[in-house]
Write a protein that binds this ligand. Structure first.
Ligand code: AFP
Length: 355
């Protein structure tokens, strides 16, 4: 019996050392500056939004009008789910009158949402995808939220938000929330990647793992193989390679956050390459792939478009998309090598121009 208890209650059970998210954020800064307090308060508000979305998701099947489509189409031309709208508004409402954030920009809004009363003091912009993988919502599978924090540059008097068209290296913070069997929040302020689990009885995110390191190689390749007919030959060659070699396994959930979380912890690669119908792929740069790229790089992994480091890409518009190859360093480099070799072979096959 004693042996059984020892097995069930490990020595370093999470209950023993409750580091909350806000305490952890403050610990990331060496001094108690105004910036440290701002970022800690912002992370707290994000955590509050995550708790509200998590609560709604867990009861959605029991509530009238929580699931299904609104009948509208968003700026991406995609059908909007009721949960997308709910979560989008939750993020806005937790930042209203907070004095913390001047603008919010999300997948669900064509233009940023301004909170003028915050602008004189709150110089930050929150970029987010309120519900990533929303096709999973109605069938009770995991979904996520992705967020990224940037400092406003200049005044943005004409409300064009041109200062947001900057590379991902400009992010101050990035993270995601995974709504699965438990609700997990993963974040980085550029000093490692840390994960927290929501303890529903406390209503607090409690530290689960600090300084997560992604394995240099992993077995998983995560890609929608239904797009095979639409890919460049380089991606098809890579997929044929993994089909013919031992040690690879496919995992694809339809929610990027879930697939990235698996890869962050266990290694592997996620790909959303360009297709015939979407030459830049599907994943949005500013509020989806750039925050995830920051996390994966901070964990020792790699993120690229296949030909360029993802955090170097300068978006030409708020809702810009890029192809995405992200995950363990060796696995991303393997995909890149197929793209590089194929591009080289293509250029060598060009007929010589005789002048
Ligand atoms: P939605 O949020 O519109 O469901 O899109 C989810 C997503 O951006 C990402 O989370 C998935 O990895 C990817 O799209 C799935 O897209 P495909 O259905 O084209 O594979």
């Amino acid at each position: 019996m004693q042996h059984l208890e020892q097995t069930l209650i490990p020595e370093h059970s999470l209950d023993r050392d409750c580091t909350t998210l806000s305490r952890h954020v403050l610990q990331q800064f060496s001094s108690f500056t105004a910036e440290a307090q701002d970022i800690s308060a912002i992370m707290n508000r994000i955590a509050l939004a995550a708790k509200l979305v998590s609560r709604r998701l867990s009861r959605a099947g029991l509530m009238a009008g929580a699931l299904g489509f609104t009948g509208e189409t968003n700026v991406q031309g995609e059908s909007v789910k009721k949960m997308d709208i709910y979560a989008n508004e939750v993020f806005i409402s937790v930042f209203k009158q907070s004095g913390l954030v001047c603008r919010l920009a999300s997948e669900e809004m064509e233009k940023p949402y301004y909170i003028p009363e915050n602008c004189p003091i709150g110089r930050y912009t929150l970029l987010y995808d309120p519900i990533d993988g929303s096709s999973n919502v109605d069938i009770n599978l995991n979904v996520g939220s992705i967020f990224s924090l940037r400092q406003q540059q200049g005044e943005d008097l004409d409300e064009q938000a041109k200062d947001l068209l900057q590379p991902g290296d400009e992010q101050i913070a990035a993270g995601y929330v995974l709504y699965g069997p438990s609700t997990v929040l993963v974040y980085s302020l550029g000093k490692g990647v840390h994960s927290f689990i929501l303890d529903p009885s406390l209503g607090e995110f409690i530290l689960a793992e600090e300084n997560i390191q992604i394995p240099a190689h992993g077995p998983v390749y995560s890609v929608n193989e239904g797009n095979y007919w639409q890919w460049d030959e380089s991606i098809r060659e890579y997929i044929r390679y993994v089909h013919r070699h031992e040690g690879y396994t496919a995992r694809y959930s339809g929610a990027l956050v879930g697939d990235i979380h698996r890869i962050l912890l266990q290694g592997g690669v996620f790909l959303y390459p360009g297709t015939k119908s979407k030459p830049n792929g599907k994943i949005r740069l500013i509020y989806e792939s750039a925050p995830l790229a920051m996390l994966i790089e901070q964990a020792g992994g790699k993120a690229s478009t296949g030909t360029q480091r993802l955090l170097d890409v300068v978006p030409d518009k708020l809702h810009a998309r890029t192809p995405l190859v992200i995950g363990s360093k060796e696995d991303v480099e393997l995909v890149e090598s197929f793209i590089h070799d194929w591009t080289r072979r293509q250029s060598e096959a060009q007929p010589l121009k005789i002048s």
